[in-house]
Design a binder for this molecule. Sequence first.
Ligand code: NAD
Length: 224
Amino acid sequence: MENLNGKTAVITGGASGIGLAMAHRFGAAGMNLVIGDIEVPAMESAVTELTASGYQVVSLQVDVRDIEQQRELERIAIEAFGNIHVLCNNAGVGAGGPVADPDNLEVWRWTIDIDLWGVIYGCKVFLPAMIAHGEPCHVVNTASMAGHGSAPFMGAYSVAKYGVVALSETLTKEMQIAGNDVGVSVLCPAFVATGIAKSDRNMPDDLSCCTGQHPSIRGDAVND
Ligand SMILES: NC(=O)c1ccc[n+]([C@@H]2O[C@H](COP(=O)([O-])OP(=O)(O)OC[C@H]3O[C@@H](n4cnc5c(N)ncnc54)[C@H](O)[C@@H]3O)[C@@H](O)[C@H]2O)c1
């Protein structure tokens, strides 16, 4: 995409960290912003901050694990701004635990549901209309360096992020074959100082007793 001014970007996980930084960059480029995030206080503060910078913003509490909530995000985005041009499937959590531990199964499911299924749902929900309107578009899927190499105790995270890399490579080829004007990027950061190490703040209550994280990758071990 050459010209972002007046176009619309949807960013999941846009209330903090990398997603909020994307929102600031897109807002500064003149884009309308649509933020979907599960964490309401952080989202309210992000919207206040972005609005104060003069950007056009709408937001919705969304759990990316729920495809109906992603459909609602698309609906309010189109209602507010019309066509969507940039989709950032960025919401994610860092969790997992040892592969051989039978007690962290639900933490694995939660991690993969957000980090992989959240991105798959985002593509399924938003792409049909983005392709149909025919204007230049771009999809940015946030994976990680963990999508190119795996580390101990972060198996669920790596499984999901490898999946996001594969999904993005596949989508790139499919858009090229179809001749659609939809670019695809997969973002693979190394460590960035965000709230990722405190991902369990958004964990359902029945899982928070067993994050499954090894002390070496827990936020308190990293930051303290
Ligand atoms: N920070 C890093 O070092 C790093 C490195 C590589 C990849 N990443 C990836 O970057 C992305 C953004 O993470 P970040 O580092 O900015 O962390 P962050 O915790 O600051 O931001 C993640 C955002 O996602 C939201 N979120 C979590 N679960 C959600 C759900 N179920 N539905 C909707 N929103 C949800 C959170 O509320 C938060 O606003 C993630 O996909 C993460 O895996 C981060």
